[in-house]
Design a binder for this molecule. Structure first.
Ligand SMILES: Cc1ncc(COP(=O)(O)O)c(C=O)c1O
Length: 358
């Protein structure tokens, strides 16, 4: 018998011990599934994006060359939109890459990385890969928002609006947390375009605050993988040293720029999503569901007594409708449903009514 280890055995201890992140299911293109499980936009991106991408593809010489390593034009457009300067913006290959860059920049082996549970389930996975120590905090205590003890925390990931519950933290809460934290507060605002308030204005006030945005949800560009980080210029400069030099490909930079430049389209599609969110909420409430108030493009719903969430999930799946079920005991009583088009929401309601009547 050979004593030589297999290749996999050389993986770091932490990596061998951990389970990888499990993303929501992505059915193959062309499948007839009504896909309401990963909070994508139900709308195509702005026509200006398609036009800009076509122009790149029509010029094969552009594809031969490396893209701008700084994503400068994209950062300029993003900065102008929010009223800051380009050196206060970093662009990432999705906001997921920015989370990883933040951990690599700020967290030494064994240092504490805090986040609420439930929130985005990628945080513990990335923290473990980095070798940080995850501090998992409850969202609520005695019916009120939990006010965590912040001593010893190096990096705090705060999802606002929260996923998967959908509520926003107030700017007062965020300001207070940043002021009391001897470390970096990252507010992951993946869903902020659907919310009434956001924390972007606070970046000029708090130099340990980072705001993350993504074009994967409200802009309908999950496939291009573009995230943006906003903070003070000195902090962004540190993140920039850790970033891969060509982290955004040319199509992503060009497409994202065109998407950001078409704010009228964003506003129109976001308004339609919010309208459907309100309609679905009241339809489900009428059927006895409890619906968490949402500032996002999804709702977290608890079915009425006698209708188990996991059974409803499987029955919907059999009927060709994919929503998200989490087995985490804090969430296993409910389902997260992404807001789709009017037709998709009508279809969902019809199927739920049929299932509940049977
Ligand atoms: C809270 C939160 N942050 C970040 C992301 C990832 O965004 P991106 O597609 O930009 O990597 C998601 C995606 O589901 C999310 O829910």
């Amino acid at each position: 018998m050979s004593l030589k280890k297999s290749g996999a055995d050389y993986a770091r201890h932490e990596i061998r011990q951990m389970a990888g992140y499990v993303p929501g299911r992505q059915p193959l293109p062309g499948s007839k599934t009504v896909k309401l499980n990963t909070n994508e936009s139900p709308f195509s991106p702005s026509p200006a994006v398609i036009q800009a991408l076509s122009q790149v593809l029509a010029n094969s010489d552009l594809l031969r060359r490396y893209p701008d390593p700084q994503s400068l034009e994209l950062r300029r457009v993003a900065a102008a939109l929010v009223g800051c300067s380009a050196d206060q913006v970093i662009a990432g290959n999705g906001s997921d890459e920015l989370l990883r860059i933040l951990l690599d920049t700020f967290v030494e082996e064994g240092e504490q990385v805090a986040f609420f549970s439930p929130s985005y389930s990628l945080y513990p996975v990335l923290t473990r890969i980095r070798g940080g120590s995850a501090k998992i905090l409850p969202l609520f205590q005695d019916g009120a928002l939990y006010q965590p003890q912040l001593d010893g925390i190096k990096l705090f990931f705060l999802t606002s609006p929260n996923a998967p519950l959908g509520f926003s933290f107030s700017n007062d809460y965020i300001r207070q947390m940043a002021e009391n934290l001897d470390g970096i507060l990252v507010v992951d605002e993946a869903y902020a375009d659907f919310a009434l308030e956001n924390a972007l204005p606070l970046i000029n006030e708090l130099d340990n605050l980072v705001i993350l945005r993504t074009l994967s949800k409200s802009y309908g560009l999950a496939s291009l993988r573009v995230g943006l980080g906003f903070a003070g210029a000195a902090l962004i400069n540190e993140l920039d040293k850790v970033r891969d030099s060509y982290n955004l490909d040319r199509l992503a930079q060009v497409g994202a720029r065109a998407a950001l430049a078409d704010q009228a389209y964003l506003q129109k599609t976001v308004a339609l999503v919010i309208q459907e969110r309100q309609r679905l909420t009241s339809d489900l409430q009428e059927m006895g569901f409890t619906v968490e108030p949402s500032q996002t493009n999804f709702i977290f719903v608890t079915p009425p007594d006698g209708c188990a969430a996991d059974t409803l999930y499987s029955d919907l799946e059999k009927a060709g409708i994919l929503v998200r079920y989490f087995s985490d005991p804090q969430l296993s009583h409910g389902l997260r449903i992404t807001i789709g088009t009017r037709d998709e929401m009508d279809q969902l309601i019809i199927v739920i009514k049929e299932l509940m009547a049977s």
